[in-house]
Design a protein around this ligand. Structure first.
Ligand code: MEV
Length: 438
């Protein structure tokens, strides 16, 4: 029977599972052995994973795959991807191979500035607040000298602090908008620590500021936090080739290019299509982000806000044909790290970064943007030619066979049969049922 509990986090892993089994899994006796089946026999490794979060019960596997043949700025990469969706790695590999024969991908980091805000209430005289801010700004910067010592040594740190009057949008709302360069670190802890220190110093100085004493109003900090919207931390990736090199089977290059460009224009115009179009891009982006231990929720939130920066939600990619040349590109905000956080803790993340030749954060930004562009290319190529289901169902065949507990022999026969036949759940079920009936 479902139940409440206090002090759950203090229980041992076995006690937690027992409690769960008693109250939530009574009708699923197998669930306990399934949970424990995923425990790693290497106790140190298991402990490392247990310690990532509170109340860890077990591990949750996702496939870790590789998409080879990515030529980016004349360097070859095999890109690690962690994702459950059957066709994503295959699609990335196909796109990589396609562009390998056409000069590869170009990528450039446009900027790397991250930001955070101290959000505050102030109902007094705006000029007085501005005057106070100018006076206190050097003290704010001094107050984080120790916090940013290491970051500064490496060439990063706090870039600037600005007072922004947002009272037109919300009565009494001001921000200290702070910008940062965090180099190879994603920088969330660094940024948040600086912001909280700024806020503390700001309020302490406000307490001593004569003009605020005379007024009834003091500036009051509501909260201090980094922003996951990073439109000043962006990367561009692109491919191009003569239209004549785009022929697909029976389809001529110019016809393919025309349909492809039209598909992107539709995703620039129609939100319903843009969301799915960008979802396909995120298939590639998230898979690399997860493999390299970065924060996919932060990237997702920031990317979708960026897709709306022109007032409506639109495609992150752009395609055109000019003078017989096909151009296809993506521009995305990506706040990534290759040091700190999970990157120095998770053994698989370390391997993923080694596969990528231990990239800097800027190099990783380029690789991730390329993965997104490649994924979008693969999706649109299928959509405007064969349709998506042919390739997708080919990759999904093994999942259907696994759902049916197909034997190795049954799988081999099914793979052979469905090389030429249309794959659907019912067609595969019928095929296996027939085999079993023989
Ligand atoms: C499926 O995960 C992604 C696609 O829907 C993307 C798209 O439609 O562009 C195939």
């Amino acid at each position: 029977m479902c139940a409440k509990i206090s002090g759950f986090s203090k229980k041992s892993k076995n006690e937690k599972i027992e409690w769960l089994a008693t109250h939530y899994l009574e009708e699923h006796p197998d669930a306990i052995s399934i949970l424990k089946q995923y425990w790693n026999t290497n106790e140190g490794l298991q402990q490392l994973h247990d310690d990532f979060i509170e109340n860890t019960l077990t591990n949750y596997y996702l496939p870790f795959g590789i998409a080879p043949n990515f030529l980016i700025n004349d360097t070859l990469y095999a890109i690690p991807m962690v994702i459950e969706e059957s066709s994503v790695v295959a699609a990335a590999s196909n796109a990589a191979k396609f562009w390998l024969q056409r000069g590869g991908f170009n990528a450039e980091v446009i900027s790397t500035v991250k930001n955070g805000q101290i959000h505050m209430n102030y109902y007094g005289n705006a000029d007085e607040l501005q005057h106070f801010f100018q006076k206190v700004k050097p003290q704010l910067l001094d107050s984080v000298l120790e916090l940013q010592r290491n970051m500064k040594k490496r060439g990063g740190g706090v870039l600037d602090i600005e007072l922004i009057d947002s009272t037109e949008a919300l009565e009494g709302y001001y921000q200290l908008h702070c910008t940062f360069e965090t180099l190879d670190a994603m920088g969330a802890n660094f940024i948040n620590s600086c912001l909280e220190q700024f806020a503390q110093t700001f309020e302490a100085e406000a307490d001593r500021h004569g003009a605020f004493q005379e007024e009834t109003s003091f500036p009051k900090v509501v909260m201090s936090i980094l922003s996951n919207y990073v439109p000043e931390c962006t990367v561009k990736a692109s491919v191009s080739c003569p239209v004549s090199e785009l022929g697909q089977g029976d389809i001529e290059g110019d016809e393919f290019a025309e349909d492809f460009v039209r598909a992107v224009q539709i995703a620039k115009t129609e939100t319903r299509r843009a969301v799915t179009h960008n979802k396909g891009i995120m298939n590639g982006i998230d898979a690399v982000i997860v493999a390299t231990g970065n924060d996919f929720r932060a990237v997702e939130a920031g990317v979708h806000a960026y897709a709306s920066r022109n007032g409506h939600y639109e495609s992150l990619t752009t395609a055109s044909v000019k003078d017989g040349v096909f151009n296809f590109s993506i521009e995305v905000p990506l706040a990534l790290g290759t040091v700190g956080g999970l990157t120095s803790l998770h053994p698989m993340v370390k391997v993923a970064l080694q596969i990528l030749q231990n990239p800097s954060a800027k190099e990783l930004m380029k690789i991730v943007a390329v993965a997104g562009l490649a994924q979008n290319f693969a999706a649109l190529r299928s959509l405007v030619t064969t349709g998506i289901q042919k390739g997708h169902m080919k990759m999904h065949l093994m999942n259907i066979l696994n759902q049916m507990d197909a034997s190795t022999e049954e799988k081999e026969k099914a793979e052979k049969h469905f090389q030429d036949a249309v794959i659907s759940h019912s067609a595969v079920t019928d095929f296996i049922a027939n085999l079993r009936a023989d």
